[in-house]
Design a protein around this ligand. Structure first.
Ligand SMILES: NC(=O)c1ccc[n+]([C@@H]2O[C@H](COP(=O)([O-])OP(=O)(O)OC[C@H]3O[C@@H](n4cnc5c(N)ncnc54)[C@H](O)[C@@H]3O)[C@@H](O)[C@H]2O)c1
Length: 302
C-alpha cells in the first residue's frame, strides 16, 4: 500500500490509537479534535505507547494535530471518525467533512453500535462511506470490522480492507449494516446468558467468569465457535442445541437484574461495585493483566 494521507477525527481513547497504528505503518496522519487539551496531549500519548511497546518512536513525527477540521481533511485520502458515540454529532460532522474533501476521499466511522446507514445518510456521495469498527486498544487488538451499507461501493470496501491489512490489522468484511455488527453481537449473546445465569441463581458472577476463562475461553483465541462445531461434529452440535436452546436466555430486552444494578448505582469499576465489588487495587490489577495478555499476544503474532 502506497503512503496515504489519513485524517483522524477525535483524539480520544480510540482516535489516538488509530492515528498511532496508521503513523507506524508509514502514513501521514492529521488528527483533529474540538477539545484543545486532547490535541495538546495526543503526540505524548502516542509516544508513551510506542516506548511501552518498543515500536519506532520516530513515527510520532508523522502525526500532525490540528484544531482546524477543514485543514485536517482537505488533502486526505481517507478520513476516520472517532468522536463521542452521538448520532447527531457524527451526522453533522460527516456533512461538514464532505464539504472539504476531494471527491475520491473515503469516509469511515468507528462507531461502536450506531448503524453506519444512519450516520452516513446525509452525504451527497454515500458510496464512499463505510464503518470501521476497531477494538480497544487499537494498537493491540488486531480486528477491524469493515461494515458496508447498501450504498458502499466495492472499490471503497476493497481499498479500506487493503489499507488496514497493510497496517498490520486483521480487517473482516461485514456485508450488512446490522446493530452490533459481528463482534458485539457475539459478545453480547454471551453476556446475556452470563447475566441470566447469575440472575437465576445458577452460579455467582465469579463462577461465570471462571468457567469461561478456564474452559472454552482458553481455546477461543485459536478455535472459533464454528471451527469448534465442525471439530466436534455438526450432528453433536445439533443434539446439544435440541437440549439446551429452549432453556438459554432469549428475552428480547435487557435483564431486569442488570437494570437493577444500574438503578442502584452499581456501575462496576466506576462505582466500585457491579456484578462484583472492585477495590482500586483489584481494578488496577485486572487492567494490568489484560494489557499484559494483549501485549504478549501481539508479540507472539509478530
Ligand atoms: N472505547 C472503546 O472501547 C471503543 C471501541 C470501539 C469503538 N468505539 C467508538 O469510538 C468512538 C470514540 O470513542 P472513544 O472511546 O475514543 O471516546 P473518547 O471520549 O475517548 O474520545 C472522543 C473524542 O471526541 C472528541 N470530540 C467530541 N466532540 C467532538 C467534535 N465535535 N469534533 C471533534 N472531536 C470531538 C472528544 O474531545 C474526545 O477527544 C465512539 O464512537 C465509540 O463508541 C469505542
Amino acid at each position: 500500500m502506497a503512503k496515504a494521507r489519513i485524517a483522524v477525527i477525535g483524539a480520544g481513547l480510540m482516535g489516538h490509537g488509530i492515528a498511532q497504528v496508521f503513523a507506524l505503518a508509514g502514513h501521514d496522519v492529521a488528527i483533529y479534535d474540538s477539545v484543545m487539551a486532547n490535541l495538546d496531549t495526543v503526540r505524548t500519548r502516542i509516544l508513551t505507547n510506542f516506548k511501552d511497546l518498543g515500536d519506532d518512536q520516530s513515527a510520532v513525527e508523522r502525526v500532525q494535530p490540528t484544531a482546524n477540521l477543514a485543514a485536517a481533511v482537505r488533502d486526505a485520502d481517507y478520513v476516520v471518525e472517532a468522536v463521542l458515540e452521538d448520532l447527531a454529532l457524527k451526522q453533522k460532522l460527516f456533512v461538514e467533512i464532505e464539504r472539504h474533501v476531494r471527491p475520491e476521499t473515503i469516509l469511515a466511522s468507528n462507531t461502536s453500535v450506531i448503524p453506519i446507514t444512519r450516520i452516513m445518510e446525509g452525504l451527497c456521495d454515500r458510496s464512499r462511506a463505510l464503518g470501521t469498527h476497531w477494538w480497544n486498544p487499537p494498537y493491540l487488538v488486531p480486528l477491524v470490522e469493515v461494515i458496508g451499507t447498501q450504498w458502499t461501493s466495492s472499490k471503497t470496501t476493497d481499498w479500506t480492507i487493503a489499507l488496514h491489512k497493510a497496517a498490520g490489522k486483521m480487517p473482516v468484511h461485514v456485508k450488512k449494516d446490522v446493530p452490533g455488527f459481528v463482534g458485539n453481537r457475539l459478545q453480547h449473546a454471551l453476556w446475556r446468558e452470563a447475566i441470566a445465569l447469575v440472575e437465576h441463581g445458577i452460579c455467582d458472577a465469579e463462577t461465570v467468569d471462571t468457567v469461561i476463562k478456564a474452559s472454552f475461553g482458553r481455546r477461543l483465541a485459536v478455535l472459533g465457535p464454528l471451527e469448534n462445531a465442525d471439530l466436534v461434529g455438526t450432528d453433536l452440535t445439533l443434539a446439544i442445541h435440541q437440549t439446551v436452546l429452549a432453556d438459554i436466555e432469549h428475552r428480547p430486552g435487557p435483564s431486569p437484574y442488570l437494570e437493577a444494578l444500574v438503578a442502584n448505582g452499581k456501575l462496576g469499576f466506576k462505582s466500585g461495585e457491579g456484578f462484583r465489588t472492585w477495590s482500586a487495587d483489584a481494578q488496577a490489577a485486572l487492567r494490568g493483566k489484560v494489557l499484559q495478555h494483549l501485549k504478549k499476544a501481539r508479540a507472539s503474532d509478530a
